[in-house]
Structures are given as structure tokens and as C-alpha cells.
Ligand binder design. Structure first.
Ligand code: ADE
Length: 236
């Protein structure tokens, strides 16, 4: 998968050099490029924002740098044009006003050949940027949840981690993806390792007797109980 990120804080994404995603980049499973939006400005101050038309608090990100940045990522080399049109990229703009990011969306996006993340700051991005982007690619505004971050960078990091680990080969043991929270719509069951007793706290005896049927039934019951208690919305 190819991933492009447009941001005014490229240094934010150095964390993607490490851990599983760092390895996936080294092995070529993920090809990632971070673009500094200010490199696409043409004024002395490299400004990316301005006051909002109609008044109001805060600043709005100007459309011009976004246009140049997206053009530089989307513009295919002539001989690549055919191939690129086939797998039309998806541009994701993290936004608290977007559709909610879920495991199902992560799964869907993990099958895409090319994702572009546009990280907004300040009070938002000039609306025409979304219109222009939609004329060149598929566009999705995506929210991490019902709270407000200072910008799209942290949301983009979270999405890339959730999506990247679902790309075949990125996580060493694919079975661990099957049994985790949200993979089957329920929260994950509790896990234990040795020792069997620690500071007076014991591992549930059912896990010690080697009865795989009983263990599977107990784990499923734990999933249901936890989901009912913590996230009843997932059951409805
Ligand atoms: N930018 C600011 N808040 C956000 C949120 N909750 N989700 C995604 N992007 C955001």
C-alpha cells in the first residue's frame, strides 16, 4: 500500500519509523511519504492560513497550498496514468465532522492500494479543497470520536496504525487479528499468563485444565459480559 500524508508538522510522523509499521515500511509492504504543506506555498512567510470569510474565531487553511500539494501527489507520470486510474486513491481528511472511524472501515481501507491523509489544523480547511479533491479521487471525512483534537495528525497516526496492521504480512501471527476486540463485533476476553497465582490473585481455573471446549465457552461468555457492561451499543 502507498500512503501519503500532507501536514504542517511532518516531524509528528517520525513515530512511523518504529515498531511493526516501521518494519512494514522496510520490507516494502507499506510505502509512506510525508509532505510538508508549507513546501507548497509561494509567499515569503510560507503561510497556510487566513481569516475566515464572514468573520468568526480562528483561522482557516488556505486552498492554494492544498491544491498544489494534492496535485503533486495525484499527478501521475504519463506511463503510469492507466494503472493509477484503475486503483483511484482515497483521500481521507480527519475531521470531528466526519463519519466515525471503525474497525470495519479500517478493514475496508486496508484493501486500498493508495491512501492520502490531509491533516487540517486551525478551524478547518477551506471547503473548496474537499470539492476539488473529490474531482480527482474518492474523498472521506473521518472522525476518531466525539471529541475535538487540535488537528488531524494524531487521528491520522491512529488510522494508519489500525489500517496498516490489517495489511497481510504486517502482523506476524494473523490469528491474533481474529481474536482481538472488535474483530467479531465484541470486546476481547481477558488474557492471563504465568504465574498461575500472583500477589494473591489467581488465574480463572477453567484456563488451567486444558479443556478447549470449556475454555472457548468461558471466553465467549466473558466477551458477552464485558460488551454488555462496557459497550452495550455494540450489541444492539
Ligand atoms: N480533528 C480534530 N478533531 C478530530 C477528531 N475527533 N477526529 C478526527 N480528526 C479530528
Amino acid at each position: 500500500m502507498r500512503i501519503d500524508i500532507v501536514t504542517i508538522f511532518p516531524e509528528f510522523f517520525s513515530a512511523l519509523d518504529v515498531s511493526l509499521l516501521g518494519k512494514a515500511r522496510e520490507s516494502g509492504l507499506i510505502e509512506l511519504a510525508v509532505h510538508d504543506l508549507r513546501d507548497f506555498t509561494h509567499d515569503r512567510h510560507r503561510s497556510v492560513d487566513d481569516t475566515p470569510y464572514g468573520g468568526g474565531a480562528g483561522m482557516v487553511m488556505k486552498p492554494e497550498p492544498w491544491g498544489y500539494a494534492l496535485d503533486s501527489i495525484l499527478d501521475p507520470l504519463p506511463e503510469e496514468r492507466e494503472a493509477r486510474l484503475e486503483g483511484c486513491p482515497t483521500i481521507i481528511f480527519p475531521s470531528p465532522a466526519g463519519e466515525l472511524f471503525t474497525q470495519a472501515m479500517a478493514q475496508e481501507l486496508s484493501a486500498e492500494p493508495h491512501l492520502i491523509f490531509g491533516c487540517g489544523r486551525y478551524e478547518g480547511i477551506d471547503e473548496r479543497v474537499f470539492e476539488y479533491a473529490a474531482s480527482r479521487a474518492r474523498v472521506r471525512l473521518v472522525s476518531m470520536g466525539d471529541y475535538v483534537l487540535n488537528g488531524g495528525e494524531v487521528a491520522t497516526m491512529a488510522m494508519i496504525e489500525a489500517i496498516g496492521r490489517l495489511i497481510p504480512g504486517v502482523v506476524g501471527n494473523p490469528q491474533s487479528l481474529v481474536e482481538e476486540s472488535h474483530s467479531d463485533g465484541l470486546l476481547e476476553y481477558p488474557s492471563y499468563t504465568k504465574p498461575a497465582e500472583w500477589r494473591g490473585l489467581e488465574v480463572p481455573p477453567v484456563l488451567l485444565n486444558g479443556n478447549h471446549g470449556a475454555i472457548a465457552a468461558w471466553r465467549h461468555e466473558q466477551q458477552l459480559e464485558r460488551t454488555r457492561r462496557i459497550r452495550p451499543d455494540l450489541l444492539s
